[in-house]
Design a protein around this ligand. Structure first.
Ligand SMILES: [Zn+2]
Ligand SMILES: [Zn+2]
Length: 263
């Protein structure tokens, strides 16, 4: 399996998973044009994208949904609540014949891949993260959660790749110039994951199988990549796990198994 972070942060999120045959996107918070350009930039064929899995209806995750429905034939994976909320937010309708209904906690088979959405504590209708298993490998994309839960930690066992939110440094956020209400929202139990909370969750996800960790959804105002990296390195010290940081504007691609073709 191959993974690419096409965009990650409050201005738009898009992750891509591919086995060389087909590509699944998780979220589409940047334009379709940018999605295609960034796939091209990392050497992935844009025409291999076949489906888009939505995590929740916030605009930094679904901003391109309307254009994608009009200009592509991609299948949309989403829970019923997220489908409804996303349709309302973007003024579009996800047609029944292009929709795979998800329920948190219930895996679906997508083209032979096992796609398991699981619930997150976040202030959206029915937010989920994804654990995807295919070709003997397992990876998870986990962003937009206010605090680590036991249920989330349970889904992060025996992964090969973990993409995990490291949104803010609590002191930078507290001392920064965000309005008090916005600070309170981000710091709440249903807001975003701090570097310290990320480290706590990462410690619970560190199994012998884990090879790569990608820190994601970093705030450009309330975090610094070095701070997020340092918090994760404290946990990963002594292990052979590779640490990466996803970026808002520059795509990052990791190649996986040797048997996977060129995505
Ligand atoms: Zn969100
Ligand atoms: Zn977000």
């Amino acid at each position: 399996m191959h993974y690419a972070a096409l965009a990650s942060g409050s201005k738009g999120n898009c992750h891509a998973l591919s086995d060389g045959e087909r590509t699944l996107l998780v979220d589409a918070g940047i334009s379709l044009r940018q999605i295609r350009q960034r796939l091209d930039a990392v050497g992935w064929a844009p025409d291999r994208v076949q489906a888009l899995a939505l995590t929740h209806e916030h605009s930094d995750h679904i901003g391109a949904l309307g254009v994608i429905l009009r200009r592509t034939h991609w299948t949309i994976l989403a829970t019923a609540e997220t489908r409804r909320a996303a349709s309302r937010a973007q003024g579009v309708e996800i047609p029944h014949d292009r929709w795979i209904e998800l329920k948190a906690g219930e895996p679906v088979d997508w083209a032979g891949w096992r796609v398991l959405p699981f619930a997150l504590p976040h202030d959206a209708e029915d937010p989920v993260a994804y654990r995807v298993e295919a070709h003997g490998q397992a990876c998870a994309v986990v962003t937009d959660l206010g605090h680590p839960t036991a249920l989330v930690a349970d889904h992060l066992q025996d992964l090969d790749l973990l993409v995990l939110e490291a949104n803010h440094d609590v002191d930078m956020l507290r001392e920064g110039d965000y309005p008090p209400q916005l600070k309170a929202r981000i710091l709440s139990r249903v807001g975003h994951l701090s570097n310290a909370a990320m480290a706590e969750l990462l410690a619970r996800a560190c199994t012998a199988r884990l090879k790569d960790v990608v820190l994601a959804h970093l705030s450009e105002s309330n975090n610094h990549p070095d701070l997020a990296r340092f918090a994760a390195e404290e946990v990963l010290r002594g292990s052979a796990i590779a640490l990466h940081v996803a970026h808002q504007r520059n795509p990052l691609a990791l190649s996986g198994t040797p048997d996977g073709g060129n995505p």
